[in-house]
Write a new protein. Structure first.
Length: 690
């Protein structure tokens, strides 16, 4: 039996007597709730006869957790006007907490007859129910909010990983757990992450997603997950036979290891694609509410994402959906923060991007998200889509200018040092003007999107032939260097310089101000064979190769030492910007020096290839009085002597790290020989002296 129920909350809400169903559809003529049996065959339909402010709702007595369901929405089918109602298409509840059954590509998943005849888009009479996942009524949800590690921003070291790609090739994870949440919570993985020293793991998307049609036709699969069809349900391929609690179990295990979980979310588009894509949920429920359409042509979508459609965050219903999803993953599923893919979409209105957009404001001011970390990818392919440094104060941002200039400097590009120094300093030129901190800059040299670190030093050009797009996809410019041979080589000299350059870039990353992010597998020398767009490579190309841990354990230990060095020395992760205060009596100082110890003048920077960055502080409460860190970078082709001034204090500099050969001391401990193409870090603890 069904009665009118309630319009809130949206989704399926269970109690002891039954389940309330509520779904928003502003222009529907009627809505049917469809039930499915244990074999996922349709077993009954209920008309939702009540509509309140666009929300269709009904209460089904006796409906218990585990009931599979979906919707059929009736209304006008006028594609040229953006109306895409077709009751032959079973639709996923946007607020569903669990899905069952597989999606499969069939002509039936399109709301129009295929192929399209003369752009007429005649409505399809094929029933799609056998080819789309079914929603499942969920009863008990994981308890929350959870205990969190609560790592302060300046102490964060982010590690970006893909649930499937990270675990599929690990030799100590059982086959049944590989590629799944259970694999990520395996003790061997957690012990490894703890030993590495990272504080926060950033998981690539785990929302339910599908493989793009063009990948299906090529026999490929989407590895990365940026093709969501629902923003509340964990991806079935990561759950396996487990319940949705498996995600929360993974988060709890990672938290028990003292590590945060940051979730990559793609609220910019959905897997329904362009106007010729499948109708799975949003398009068939309320196309003109959920998507931005072209002015004066509502039958076509704005494509600011490059993925065929763009969610309309100017609509309050869409904003509520995103906020409800964030609250769910934060407070029920336990995650500690979010990285927003193509985040400029969230802040774009009819006049362009605005940091004051209601969507960004709502996320930043939501009480339920008060302690949640927010990270933006501050660009998209749309007009005015590059907005690095322009997000509101609570947000940190991926800094691709950091990535590019670090690669350029170590590649040996001319006149790269000035930009390099600004990035080492935490990109104050980008963030400080808005009152933001060094931690606002998410520094990275590599990410999922592009070459791995091993490939940055092994390939001069992309090799994406396996993607089936004639090597035209992915970044054309990678600021990479193959050091004489494209790809793998047996030349010991090339192998040695590649290893040195990998270490140089990781050292630069961890000795820079800002928040460092490491791509999972870079510490192992993981390669994708020169593929810089491995989203379609759910295979050995895209999976992390763990053999590097055995092949070069010394490299792994050097990275661990860098992470410990950063952790133990607050001067390397300052909470405020510190500027050059030469000649002042300030308690905190920063100096940019030539190898001979003289200050680098503004006119010198175009010719600089070797830099000492000296950071110092006076602590009157400490008996040693003075502390210093010198980050010494020799980007030249010869070993150089670096003079590290004492700033009026007795010298006790010690080498804490070097990526080159042994650093030797000369001239009473204030001059050091630093190997060519290398990074060193010196520490000073001194007392006042002559």
């Amino acid at each position: 039996m069904i009665d009118k129920g309630h319009p809130a909350p949206l989704g399926a809400s269970c109690d002891a007597d039954g389940t309330n169903f509520a779904i928003y559809s502003s222009a529907a003529a009627s809505v049917e709730l469809c039930f499915f049996d244990a074999q996922l065959r349709e077993s009954g339909r209920h008309a939702l006869t009540e509509a309140t402010d666009g929300v269709w709702h009904g209460y089904v007595h006796g409906c218990k957790p585990g009931q599979a369901y979906g919707y059929r929405v009736h209304g006008r089918y006028l594609p040229q006007q953006g109306l895409r109602y077709n009751p032959q298409k079973l639709l996923i509840d946007p607020y569903a907490r669990k899905l069952c059954g597989e999606f499969s590509w069939s002509p039936a998943v399109f709301d129009f007859e295929t192929p399209v005849k003369a752009d007429s888009m005649q409505p399809s009479e094929l029933d799609s129910a056998d080819f789309v996942p079914k929603c499942v009524v969920v009863g008990h949800e994981p308890a929350g909010p959870p205990a969190r590690p609560k790592v302060p921003w300046p102490e964060m070291i982010i590690y970006e990983a893909n649930v499937r790609g990270y675990t599929m090739h690990h030799p100590e994870i059982g086959e049944a757990d590989r590629g799944r949440f259970r694999g990520m919570q395996n003790a061997v993985i957690l012990d490894y992450l703890k030993s590495l020293g990272i504080t926060s793991i950033e998981l690539m998307p785990v929302h339910a997603f599908i493989d793009e049609h063009h990948l299906y036709r090529r026999g490929l699969r989407n590895l990365w997950g940026y093709n969501s069809i629902n923003f509340f349900t964990p991806a079935a391929r990561y759950l396996g036979d487990d319940d949705i609690h498996a995600f929360r179990d993974m988060v709890n295990a990672i938290h028990d290891a003292g590590i945060e979980v940051i979730l990559d979310v793609a609220f910019n588009h959905t897997g329904e694609g362009d106007r010729l894509g499948p109708t799975l949920s949003f398009r068939g429920i309320d196309n003109l509410t959920y998507y931005r359409t072209v002015a004066n042509n509502p039958g076509d979508y704005v494509n600011d994402t490059g993925c065929g459609n763009t969610l309309d965050t100017n609509h309050p219903v869409v904003r509520d959906l995103i906020l409800d999803s964030l609250r769910y993953w934060a407070n029920t599923m336990g995650v500690d923060g979010f990285r927003f893919d193509l985040a400029t979409v969230l802040g774009r209105n009819e006049h362009g991007f605005s940091p004051d957009h209601p969507m960004l404001t709502a996320i930043g001011e939501d009480p339920a998200l008060r302690d949640i970390k927010l990270i933006a990818e501050p660009w998209d392919p749309g007009p005015g889509g590059y907005q690095l440094g322009k997000f509101p104060p609570r947000w940190a941002e991926w800094n691709d200018r950091y990535r590019d200039c670090v690669r350029q400097f170590w590649r040996g590009d001319s006149a790269a040092a000035a930009e390099f120094a600004r990035r080492l300093h935490g990109s104050s030129d980008l963030f400080e003007v808005g009152g933001r901190k060094p931690s606002s800059s998410i520094n990275f040299v590599t990410s999922h999107d592009g070459f791995t670190l091993a490939d940055v030093v092994s390939f001069a050009r992309r090799h994406n032939e396996a993607n089936g797009e004639r090597n035209r996809d992915g970044h054309a410019e990678n600021y990479s260097h193959n050091h004489g041979t494209e790809g793998a080589t047996d030349d010991s000299g090339i192998i040695a310089i590649r290893r040195r350059q990998r270490l140089n870039m990781l050292a630069t990353l961890l000795l820079s101000q800002g928040t460092p992010m490491i791509l999972a597998g870079d510490e192992l020398g993981n390669s994708q064979g020169g593929n810089n767009n491995a989203y379609a490579q759910d295979n050995a190309i895209g999976w992390v190769d763990w053999t590097g841990a055995r092949a070069d354990p010394e490299f792994l230990e050097l990275l661990r030492s860098l992470i410990r060095l950063r952790r133990d020395n607050p001067l390397l992760r300052q909470s405020e910007y510190v500027h050059d205060q030469t000649g002042s009596e300030a308690h905190n100082g920063i100096s940019w020096l030539h190898p001979d110890g003289t200050h680098i003048a503004e006119t010198d920077w175009p010719h600089v290839r070797a830099i000492s960055l000296v950071l110092s502080t006076k602590d009157e409460s400490d008996s040693t009085g003075h502390h210093g860190v010198a980050v010494v970078i020799n980007g030249s082709d010869t070993a150089l002597d670096f003079r590290i001034p004492g700033n009026g204090f007795a010298q006790s500099w010690q080498v804490a790290f070097t990526s080159g050969g042994d650093s030797t001391r000369a001239m009473g401990g204030i001059q050091w020989r630093i190997d060519k193409l290398s990074v060193a870090c010196l520490l000073q603890n001194g007392v006042a002296g002559n």
